[in-house]
Design a protein around this ligand. Structure first.
Ligand code: PHE
Length: 348
């Protein structure tokens, strides 16, 4: 075999070998063996001294070409192997965007807040303003301005936490009545407000009593407001909360700041009035207190009771929520057990 044939055989055999390598380290070995000082190409070139002088340039340049081709094949293969390695790595490290993520727990407004928001929306729709008032209140607004002077027996039912002799945790949102009445400018129009918030009483906590609960006060003062307006308003509220078929009835009652005063019952939403466990077989459920604002309250706030008058009511969101959702222990609202709260999850 002459040198050229030897070179050709070397080329084709090694091109195949290079193609077949799958590891960069193997490729390196091939390169060293093939093109190194002790490799076959060097050997061929060394053998040239035995050739005719006229043959040498031809064989020499052929040998160089073979070496260049092999080098090129090695370089190309190296490029491919490197690209493969990168691709493999990329594949291994890709983030699967279709994998479901770790779910975050989405909270929901507290059920009492939902009831308060719902009532607020109802009254906003009827043209009332929403008033936010103080939880730490002066004796003056919580009692005095509401026709409950010191030593009045009505204070007994509303004992509370005193900060000082004059400052207390308010026992009723009615304190917001007094404050709003005092600052309202009647030359600008009638007063229609609701005021939701927390109230406090020195109660022993049990299933139906909590030392902290909620009320929403309502107050409407205008020139010609009657008890029929009060009844219509309360009927609208009862039907909004408990269903369009509900009826209400007013029973005489007593509050120092309203005269006449009433307890308001709503026909039972569970049995429709026939009598069941929810309404204690009476057909009616007591839901709130109300009445026509006492002239003394108007006078105390600087409003002339000969010209202005109106009604007030106080409703308990805790009680409404207990009735509507069948919650049998008021303390559930305040212990913040997520299992309880989650039942009232609302979307959005
Ligand atoms: N403030 C009264 C209470 O806590 C409820 C009420 C409000 C009654 C407004 C009449 C008018 O018992």
């Amino acid at each position: 075999m002459d040198l050229q044939d030897k070179l050709l055989a070397l080329l084709s055999e090694n091109q195949k070998k290079i193609e077949d390598t799958s590891e960069l380290a193997d490729l390196d070995k091939i390169r060293v063996n093939l093109l190194g000082k002790k490799g076959p190409i060097t050997e061929v070139l060394r053998g040239m001294k035995n050739l005719e002088a006229s043959e040498r340039p031809k064989v020499g340049s052929f040998a160089n070409k073979v070496r260049d081709d092999l080098q090129a094949a090695i370089d190309a293969r190296r490029g491919d192997l490197r690209a493969d390695a990168i691709n493999r790595k990329l594949e291994k490290e890709t983030v699967d965007v279709t994998l479901p993520g770790t779910p975050t727990r989405v909270g929901t407004p507290h059920i009492l807040q939902q009831v308060i928001d719902d009532l607020s929306d109802l009254f906003l729709g009827m043209g009332y303003q929403i008033v936010d008032s103080y939880e730490v209140e002066e004796d003056h607004y919580n009692f005095e301005m509401l026709n409950i002077p010191a030593d009045h027996p009505a204070r007994d039912m509303q004992d509370t936490f005193y900060i000082t002799k004059e400052l207390l945790m308010r026992t009723q949102t009615s304190a917001a009545q007094a404050r709003t009445l005092e600052r309202h400018d009647f030359s600008k129009g009638p007063l229609k407000m609701v005021s939701p918030g927390r109230v406090y009483r020195r109660d022993t906590d049990d299933a139906t009593h909590s030392h902290q609960f909620h009320q929403m006060e309502g107050l409407v003062i205008d020139k010609h407001t009657t008890m029929a307006d009060l009844k219509g308003t309360l009927l609208a509220m009862a039907q909004h909360v408990f269903g369009a078929e509900r009826k209400i009835r007013l029973r005489p009652s007593y509050f120092p700041f309203t005269e006449p005063s009433v307890e308001v019952d709503v026909s039972c939403f569970r049995c429709g009035g026939k009598g069941c466990a929810v309404c204690k077989y009476s057909g009616w459920i007591e839901v709130l207190g109300a009445g026509m604002v006492h002239p003394n309250v108007l006078t105390a706030a600087g409003v002339d009771p000969e010209v202005y008058g109106g009604f007030a009511f106080g409703v308990g969101p805790d009680r409404l929520a207990m009735l509507k959702y069948g919650v049998d222990d008021i303390r559930s609202f305040y212990t913040d057990d997520v299992r309880f709260l989650e039942q009232f999850h609302t979307e959005g």
